[in-house]
Design a protein around this ligand. Structure first.
Ligand SMILES: CC(C)(COP(=O)(O)OP(=O)(O)OC[C@H]1O[C@@H](n2cnc3c(N)ncnc32)[C@H](O)[C@@H]1OP(=O)(O)O)[C@@H](O)C(=O)NCCC(=O)NCCS
Length: 213
């Protein structure tokens, strides 16, 4: 079935509840906690032009993602990516991620863009777009962003480590730094080790940082 990926507008406000349900169900399936996303919050993102939505030709909701700004727009987070089960493994997340990235660049051209994730799909897609795996110290120190981790079952790990490391990998796009194709390839090899569980994100990142110093 044909699926359109587009920047969400007022005509998509009616999908807010369905989007929340998808996010909630997926968090339960993955056994992770969940950052609070109410239908009103989703509607706010849509009204602000900060959301990307995927709609199948029969009107079914296929996917969603949104952007948030932190540290007085110094940072933009690409968050809340979700693809409905029946549309997975068809390249839809990649399309949504690309559009969310383009939207972020257009709205906040000077901002650093980041995601945190344990998911290999997101690590892969972001790395292809020029994101680098980084330690949390390179991400926003805006307390409100990290408060979003409160619902995660690994919050004790994050707190124990003074918000400096956890099981998620930080991925950062810095508009001031060009990432070459060779570096992208190296980063892809590197994150695939994390994705396969061969390396823990923080240990591997520290090792990589030391080796490139
Ligand atoms: C993760 C998710 C968004 C992927 O959506 P998708 O549309 O199936 O992904 P795509 O088809 O665009 O795949 C992109 C790449 O990721 C890979 N991929 C997809 N799902 C994967 C998975 N569960 N594990 C490992 N790799 C995966 C694909 O093989 C593809 O790589 P390739 O082109 O090298 O083959 C979807 O499974 C989902 O919504 N999961 C629940 C919510 C979630 O985890 N969100 C991310 C939070 S950070």
């Amino acid at each position: 079935m044909k699926v359109d990926v587009l920047v969400a507008d007022e005509s998509h406000l009616g999908y807010a509840e369905k989007i929340c349900d998808l996010i909630y169900i997926s968090a339960q399936e993955r056994g992770t906690g969940i950052a609070k996303r109410t239908p009103e919050y989703i509607r706010e993102k849509i009204r602000d032009g900060k959301a990307v939505i995927a709609i199948a030709e029969d009107g079914t909701l296929a996917g969603y993602s949104y952007i948030e700004t932190w540290g007085h727009t110094k940072f933009v987070a690409n968050s809340g990516l979700i693809v409905a089960h029946e549309f997975r493994k068809t390249g839809l997340a990649r399309r949504i991620k690309h559009m969310t990235f383009e939207l972020s660049r257009k709205m906040f051209p000077y901002a650093k863009i980041f995601s945190i994730t344990t998911g290999l799909a997101v690590m892969k897609i972001n790395t292809e777009m020029g994101f680098r795996p980084v330690t949390f110290s390179e991400l926003t120190d805006d307390k409100e962003f990290w408060a979003g981790c409160e619902g995660c079952k690994n919050i004790d790990i994050l707190k124990r480590n003074d918000y400096k490391l956890c099981l998620c990998t930080g991925l950062l796009y810095d508009p001031a730094k060009q990432v070459t194709e060779k570096e992208k390839e190296e980063n892809l090899n590197f994150i695939s080790k994390i994705g396969k569980g061969i390396a823990m994100p923080f240990k591997a990142i520290n090792k990589k940082l030391k080796s490139t110093r």
